[in-house]
Design a protein around this ligand. Structure first.
Ligand code: HEM
Length: 143
């Protein structure tokens, strides 16, 4: 089964525990990486809930059980970020942390490549929605 079909990606990632490890590495890297300081500062000081949310989201997004919805309800990724100031630099910093976290996982190289390319799609949508919100803010007269 190709990655992207059914739960093939979820299984290739090592299921829920594999995704927890990915997300723990991702946030550990974001915490330490100077290039990610701006996006780290957008998160709460305590990353525990952020870790839980991202791991649960990726679980469903990769074809596994919908753990995010079970605990936190409905979500769209662009909508969840539209209040943030995310441009190309912030998108790239997020993907840099994700690339480094993926590199640490015991996964086949073709799955690592697939996942990074797949994540670049919603990351770009996040940038676009944030740019759109900034345009709207700029064109709305203040009261
Ligand atoms: C484009 C670069 C991105 C940046 C800079 C970024 C940054 C952030 C920040 C700062 C938060 C916390 C928001 C808050 O506490 O108000 C957050 C939440 C979250 N992010 Fe991202 N993010 C990015 C892309 C993504 C992508 C591509 C995904 C999924 C594939 C994702 C999944 C999530 C999830 C699930 C949450 C929790 C949302 C909630 O429950 O409110 N993020 N992100």
């Amino acid at each position: 089964m190709a990655y992207g079909d059914g739960d093939a990606s979820f299984r290739a990632a090592g299921g829920e525990s594999g995704l927890r490890r990915l997300v723990d590495d991702f946030y550990d890297i974001m915490d330490a990486e100077p290039a990610a300081a701006t996006i780290r500062a957008m998160h709460p000081a305590d990353l525990e809930v952020s870790r839980d949310k991202l791991a649960r989201f990726l679980c469903g997004w990769l074809g596994g059980p919908h753990r995010y919805n079970e605990k936190y309800g409905r979500i769209t990724i662009p909508g969840a970020h539209s209040h943030l100031d995310i441009g190309a630099a912030e998108r790239d910093a997020w993907l840099l942390c994700m690339r480094a976290a993926i590199a640490r996982q015991p996964w086949p190289d073709d799955f690592k490549d697939y996942l990074l390319r797949a994540l670049a799609v919603p990351a770009e949508r996040v940038r676009l929605v944030c740019a759109r919100m900034r345009e709207l803010d700029a064109s709305t007269p203040s009261a």
